[in-house]
Design a protein around this ligand. Structure first.
Ligand code: ATP
Ligand code: MG
Ligand code: MG
Length: 546
């Protein structure tokens, strides 16, 4: 809505553009290709791309690939697919690894200015001299090496003369700074590892803090937006830019998205995948963008969710039910209403002698969705739960002697039922009221309950997968012990023998349906011509507390 007030980053951007500080807005989305993107990334994507959609300029996609061990081309590809699916286009596809030469020359420049030195202290020694937040650190014995010696050793580090960990390059800033990150941070380390793009060209790699801001600067990023964990890094970000005398990108921090009953770090999601606790990155229970897509979420619903949660300066926790609310709203408008019986029991209409009959069903009362043919006959599947042998109070569905309307069809009256030797009801026998046809009902009979059904001889079988929260704890990250101890053992229910309307045989991966009374569903990629598989995206009932 146009009346909406600006978020604090939009305010900064508007001021900077109005004051002429920058002519063109340039933002970037900088994922590390070490896993699939999740709903938290969607928030950052919507923010960065949303700003340049609104204010002009452009957004780069920059893979932050400075850590050779965890990064893979598979992840680069999936991340691109997910951004496009969300509906955004980047201006340039860039890789921090493309800047390795330039970053290396920045390091040389710092050494030449006397602002960086090679240190061969052990990790323990470095930690011991680092000090504490309340006490200053102490200088390393290598801090005052000559520029010539630093240049010599750093060049030999690059040339592969040393093993991992033998030397590091540190910025020479201030061991007494109240900001621990300013106490001579490590900027390069030796790592003999193959990189997904540069192969074996490099055996030294820049640290995040030495790569990120400089990459922003190389790309003339005006507003470098990141999450609150980086507030303390900002001083270092500015220091490098100032000392290197390069384009002054500015960093701004916002509160990351935290969602109930979810973990949201790629590292943790990777554990779920590797330990086979879910079926891959795109398992419909995963908070990944690919998982949401497979579950049946639309790009619009995810963007709407990101819009509603807004941009805050303080950490918060968002209810998963808000995400469900957003997809329910979207699908309520767009999904066709169809009938599927998830837990079937047979209903026989003993006085129906027409054989079969084509009924007309409205596809979507919320839209001009047209109609479709629904075949009817004397044998139907209905939900087991829609019959009660001994009806409860206020039971308006089937029970001995009770009447109910079959959706799009007739009123039926339960006359009898059949049980097997174990006492389970196997068949319900009804008579129908010929004058009660939907749209043309002259019977004068009023019934309170309407149930869905599928004609036995016309039905297609399908497997239906129902999902629940992946975790039993609202905050699995904050619990004692391992977050994996809080997985919900009932997060997936498979119903192998459901029956669906024949019209659903045409479903494709983009189709979205409301299975009347059962929720919103989409076809799963596991479907074959012989066996259709549907995922429940979300139930019909709204549990979100507004
Ligand atoms: P993860 O721990 O999940 O891997 P990350 O921050 O290390 O997260 P990156 O690939 O570096 O992942 O993230 C790319 C961008 O997405 C960063 O700018 C980061 O700030 C943003 N981002 C990551 N997680 C969230 C989140 N939960 N909410 C909002 N933005 C996020
Ligand atoms: Mg990161
Ligand atoms: Mg990470």
């Amino acid at each position: 809505s146009e009346e909406k007030s600006l978020n604090f980053i939009e305010e900064i951007v508007e001021n900077d553009l109005n004051s002429g500080k920058y002519k063109t807005l340039v933002t970037r989305f900088p994922p590390e290709p070490n896993g699939y993107l999740h709903i938290g990334h969607a928030k950052a994507i919507c923010l960065n791309f949303g700003l340049t959609q609104k204010y002009g300029g452009y957004t780069n996609l920059r893979f932050d690939d400075t850590n050779p061990v965890t990064e893979k081309t598979e992840y680069v590809n999936s991340q691109q697919e997910d951004i496009k699916w969300l509906g955004f286009n980047w201006k340039n596809e860039l890789y921090a690894s493309d800047y390795f030469d330039e970053l290396y020359s920045f390091a040389i420049k710092l050494i030449e200015k006397g602002l960086a030195y090679v240190d061969e202290s052990s990790a323990d020694e470095i930690a011991a001299l680092k000090g504490t937040p309340t006490e200053p650190g102490q200088d390393s014995q290598y801090r005052n090496r000559s520029i010539e010696e630093n240049l010599d050793i750093f060049t030999r580090m690059k040339n592969g003369e040393f093993s991992d960990g033998a030397y590091i390059l540190r910025a020479k800033i201030d061991m007494a700074s109240p900001n621990m990150l300013m106490r001579d941070p490590i900027i390069y380390r030796i790592k003999h590892a193959e990189h997904h793009r540069t192969g074996n060209k490099w055996c030294i790699y820049p640290m995040y803090d030495f790569a990120h801001g400089q990459s922003d600067s190389i790309e003339n990023i005006t507003h470098s937006i990141c999450t609150l964990e980086y507030v303390s890094h900002r001083e270092l970000y500015d220091w490098f830019i100032k000392k290197l005398e390069i384009f002054p990108s500015k960093q701004y921090e916002f509160a990351r998205l935290n969602l109930t009953s979810t973990v949201m770090s790629k590292r943790k999601l990777l554990q779920l995948v590797n330990d086979n606790l879910v079926n891959g990155w795109d398992d419909p229970r995963m908070p990944t963008i690919s998982g949401l897509r497979r579950r049946g979420f639309t790009p619009k619903s995810v963007r709407e969710f990101c819009e509603r949660i807004g941009i805050a300066k303080r950490e918060n926790l968002i209810e998963l039910s808000l995400l469900e609310f957003c997809i329910r709203e979207d699908l309520n408008k767009s999904a066709n209403r169809v009938m599927a019986v998830l837990d079937p029991i047979k209903l026989v209409i003993t006085n129906y002698e027409k054989g079969t009959e084509d009924l007309i069903g409205e596809n979507n009362p919320e839209a001009e969705g047209g109609t479709r043919v629904i075949p009817f006959s004397n044998e139907l599947w209905i939900e087991r739960e829609d019959f009660m042998e001994v009806p409860a109070k206020k039971w308006f569905r089937l029970a001995p002697g009770a009447m109910v309307r079959l959706k799009f069809a007739y009123i039926v009256k339960c006359e009898d039922f059949v049980k097997d030797e174990n006492g389970n009801v196997t068949e319900i026998h009804c008579t129908y009221i010929p004058e009660s046809k939907s749209g043309n009902d002259t019977s004068g009979i009023n019934v309170k309950g309407t149930i869905h059904w599928v004609s036995v001889q016309h039905a297609k079988t399908a497997e239906i997968r129902l999902y629940d929260r992946l975790f039993t704890s609202e905050t699995p990250d904050a619990e004692e012990g391992d977050f994996k101890d809080y997985l919900n053992p009932e997060s997936l229910t498979v119903l192998p023998n459901a029956f669906i309307e024949p019209a659903l045989a045409d479903a494709d991966l983009d189709s979205r349906y409301q299975f009347i009374r059962k929720g919103y569903f989409c076809l799963d990629k596991d479907s074959t011509a012989e066996k259709l598989v549907f995922n429940r995206t979300v139930t019909l009932k709204d549990t979100f507390k507004k």
